[in-house]
Design a protein around this ligand. Structure first.
Ligand SMILES: Nc1nc2c(c(=O)[nH]1)N[C@H]1C(S)=C(S)[C@@H](COP(=O)(O)O)O[C@H]1N2
Ligand SMILES: [Mo]
Length: 260
């Protein structure tokens, strides 16, 4: 799959930039705004999205596993140790100053502390994480259903998507630092297994896996599951975020709907 190669090239670009080595051949043709390749991919993705929505319905659950199925530590991937100052400042105080902002197409804007979030309904699930790179891990996740947070904010009828804005930036020699973000539709946002996770395998969510809060979207691939969430925006339009593709990796050619 060529998109994997693009990802590897992007990440190699980041490594090369970090070590200030000159690099070449790192240009990603899918990033260009009017790329025909990208248009074809976008149309194919739209079809996949509609077909999966028809076949799967809205509430089909992803498989859940037993504790004995957890045979490995959860592998950290992507950003694993954000160095962005606002994040480091929160981490130094064990995230006591953290507030999750919920805004956009909602009746009530929220600013939730971790205590607020811990006091909300909780769900624990043992699920398999599939990364687009071809590896999987089974782990136990604990958090509050995103639907409960959306209910508290009272989503307006015009809304279609939930956008997750993250603390971490990834560096690339061509684009410079780019902040991670992701988005899902309201159907996935309200799916019973979609949780804002603060716990993993019975302990507090480690920094390497997205502390203090990361989303689990169990019927899609790993890159959809934003870690280090600082804000949630409910919207009917993804264009204003990043380059408009709906997510950090989508802006680099990945499918927005990554159903598995
Ligand atoms: N903020 C942020 N979220 C992210 C990433 C990232 O780099 N930054 N990487 C994604 C990818 S590609 C995967 S596979 C998973 C990895 O989650 P893990 O570190 O818990 O294994 O996080 C996803 N969410
Ligand atoms: Mo991934």
């Amino acid at each position: 799959m060529t998109l994997r190669t693009d990802r590897r090239r992007f990440l190699m670009g980041a490594a090369a930039a970090a070590s200030t080595l000159p690099i070449s051949g790192c240009f990603d043709p899918l990033v260009g705004g009017d790329s025909q390749v990208r248009d074809v991919l976008a149309k194919a993705n739209d079809l996949t999205y509609r077909a999966q929505r028809l076949l799967l319905g809205s509430d089909t659950l992803a498989p859940e596993f037993a504790k004995s199925d957890i045979r490995q530590p959860m592998r950290p991937n992507g950003s694993t140790n954000p160095q962005d100052e606002p994040y480091l400042a929160l981490a130094r105080n064990a995230f006591s100053g953290y507030r999750l902002s919920v805004s956009g197409a909602v009746k009530r804007t929220l600013s939730l502390s971790l205590d607020d979030i811990h006091a909300m309904p909780a769900r624990t699930q043992i699920t398999r994480h599939d990364c687009v790179e071809g590896w999987s891990c089974i782990a136990e996740w604990t958090g509050t259903p995103l639907g409960a947070v959306l209910d508290r904010a009272e989503v307006l009828p015009s809304a279609r998507y939930v956008v997750f804005l993250c603390f971490d930036t990834l560096a690339n020699s061509f684009t410079g630092p780019v902040r991670y973000y992701e988005s899902i539709d309201l159907q996935d946002a309200r799916h019973p297994q979609t949780i804002l996770a603060y716990g993993m395998n019975g302990t507090a969510l480690p920094v390497s896996n997205g502390a203090p809060l990361r989303v689990r979207v169990e019927r899609q691939l790993g890159y959809k599951m934003a870690k280090y969430i600082r804000a949630i925006v409910v919207t009917d339009n993804l264009a204003p975020y990043g380059e408009g593709g709906g997510g950090f990796w989508e802006d680099r050619g990945y499918d927005w709907f990554a159903g598995i």
